[in-house]
Ligand binder design. Structure first.
Ligand SMILES: Cc1cc2nc3c(=O)[nH]c(=O)nc-3n(C[C@H](O)[C@H](O)[C@H](O)COP(=O)(O)OP(=O)(O)OC[C@H]3O[C@@H](n4cnc5c(N)ncnc54)[C@H](O)[C@@H]3O)c2cc1C
Length: 487
């Protein structure tokens, strides 16, 4: 097991995808005191025991590709970098399950499966860097979820080191967990690294489909897609993945010189199965998309978009960070939410492209993103008010924002109600009696002083950040490049 106290190295662990302005250090101690890289479960057990003995917080971390501060300490302590635990323990071709350490990236696992004629049914689009453990802890949706289910649906079993140092298994390696008590897999899915550390995962896989065929359709506006999507989810066809991007997203990509067709808004789907089955699905989808006036794009465009599926945030080249606001909303409310989002973007004087995926047969995930400069304290923190208001828009429409992390713990009661949030806090206290496991997240917004910010204050503060954003000058990042493009 490697350990480092080196300041430069520790600094690298003081942020995730969304960089925080350095002034935030007044509230949070984001730099860990120590970073450890375990190789085995026993190493993790030792770290937990040491944390209990010295009363130090521990923060599990994968690739740091989440944007809500889940893997960033709020009061220092020990960051456990899980990326060293990246071994494939077994690939069981007979039973179609794979057992791995949690620090493996989705791409590394996918390549190993591919070599054996197997296929990962679902993975996040951050697959080149994101780890299995990180995705499980965030309870993500992703590529393949529409047809095959999300992260949690595909887990057979996990080994977890609890905050007391006890090691438990949550399921059965070869069969799903039906009955026989509550499903423990789901207790840890989405628990954001606050209830236990995933040290081993057994995941369901599939034989590689005979054909994986991307198809793309362009539209004038994302709202035009809603009636088609409603038909599609009732048609009996099931694309593996459905992803969308609006005109501004593709304009930004062109502005940074990427090869992008001039398409307006684009919907790309990936179809899997035998060749005959995929031919049939393509025909049904062509008809549905034609019924809303969508134009079918070339095979090359579809293939290009599919190969770019993991690189949605390439426009980060234009600004310091692309901070996404991610919401899940019922497909029936998609257009109301898209219109509300456009209004919000205008009010807050932002430039925010919208990308998204279809999560399941009644849910769409929308992810507007914007470029923020973390060196400008007011502008960058004020822009977080957008994520808060976007979340509220989702709640108003029967959906919800995705993830709590440091800043949105105040939403827990909105998700689950007062009593439900109380139950989750009690579970956390029971599993983590010493309060060492990633404290100050999910169930509370902790600070470096050990005092939590009251949820109402945090919610009010986030809302007010939106009001500040309204009176600031319009965002400028990327505008020069866009103007050049239009000349
Ligand atoms: C380009 C891009 C595309 C993305 N696409 C998707 C997508 O399609 N779907 C999606 O859901 N998200 C997506 N994300 C968000 C992010 O990549 C995912 O949430 C990812 O799964 C996080 O994995 P990670 O290894 O980076 O975890 P980290 O960011 O390091 O950690 C995330 C959380 O997991 C906890 N954690 C990490 N490892 C463990 C462990 N072993 N045990 C317990 N807790 C742990 C951390 O404490 C933290 O709370 C995307 C991000 C980017 C940049």
């Amino acid at each position: 097991m490697e350990t480092t106290d080196d300041k430069m190295e520790r600094r690298l662990y003081s942020h995730d995808l969304a960089p925080l302005p350095k002034e935030m250090d007044l509230i949070f101690k984001t730099m860990p005191d120590q970073v450890v890289r375990p190789a085995y479960t026993e190493d993790v057990v030792q770290i937990v025991r040491k944390a209990i003995a010295t009363n130090k917080p521990i923060v599990p971390r994968g690739a740091g590709s989440w944007g809500l501060g889940g893997s960033v300490p709020v009061k220092g302590g020990i960051t456990i970098d899980m990326t060293g635990m990246s071994k494939i323990i077994s690939i069981d071709e007979t039973n179609l399950v794979v057992t791995v350490q949690p620090g493996i990236t989705w791409n590394a696992l996918s390549e190993a499966l591919d070599a054996k004629g197997l296929f990962l049914p679902c993975y996040p689009s951050s697959a080149p860097s994101a780890t299995l453990g990180g995705w499980i802890a965030t309870g993500g949706t992703g590529i393949g979820a529409f047809k095959y289910g999300s992260a949690g649906d595909l887990i057979r079993d996990m080994e977890i080191v609890l905050p007391t140092g006890i090691v438990v298994h949550t399921g059965d390696k070869l069969v799903p967990q039906n009955g026989g008590g509550p499903n423990l897999n789901w207790l840890f899915v989405g628990s954001e690294g606050t209830m236990g550390i995933v040290t081993e995962v057994t995941f369901s896989v599939l034989p590689k489909p005979e054909e994986l065929r991307p198809v793309s359709y362009s539209l004038d506006a994302l709202t035009t897609f809603q009636p088609a999507l409603k038909k599609l989810v009732r048609s009996g066809v099931a694309p593996m993945h459905i992803m969308l991007g609006d005109r501004l997203h593709f304009d930004y990509l062109r502005a940074i010189g990427k090869h992008v067709p001039e398409v307006g808004c684009l919907i790309t789907m990936a179809l899997t199965g035998t060749k005959a089955y995929v031919d049939m699905e393509e025909k049904v989808i062509d008809d549905i998309m034609a019924s809303v006036g969508a134009k079918k794009e070339s095979k090359e465009t579809a293939q290009h978009e599919w190969s770019e599926r993991s690189y949605e945030f390439r426009v980060r080249e234009l600004g310091v960070g692309a901070i996404p606001g991610e919401i899940l909303v019922p497909i029936d409310r998609m257009n109301v939410v898209l219109e509300g989002t456009a209004k919000l973007i205008k009010q807050l004087k932002m430039n925010a492209p919208i990308i998204g995926t279809v999560a399941d047969n009644n849910t769409i995930m929308l992810m507007p993103y914007y470029l923020a400069d973390e060196h400008k304290l007011v502008a960058s923190t004020a822009a977080m008010g957008f994520a808060k208001r976007l979340g509220d828009l989702a709640f108003e429409n029967g959906g919800r924002p995705v993830g709590l992390g440091i800043f949105f713990a105040g939403n827990l009661a909105k998700y689950r109600g007062k009593e439900g949030a109380h139950l989750i806090r009690n579970l956390k206290d029971m599993l983590d009696p010493y309060g060492i496991m990633n404290p100050g997240k999910m169930v509370e917004t902790g600070t470096r002083y050990g005092i939590s910010m009251p949820a109402f204050l945090m919610n009010f503060g986030m809302h007010m950040m939106g009001s500040v954003k309204r009176i600031l000058p319009r965002d400028k990042i990327g505008q020069k490049e866009l103007a050049k493009l239009k000349k």
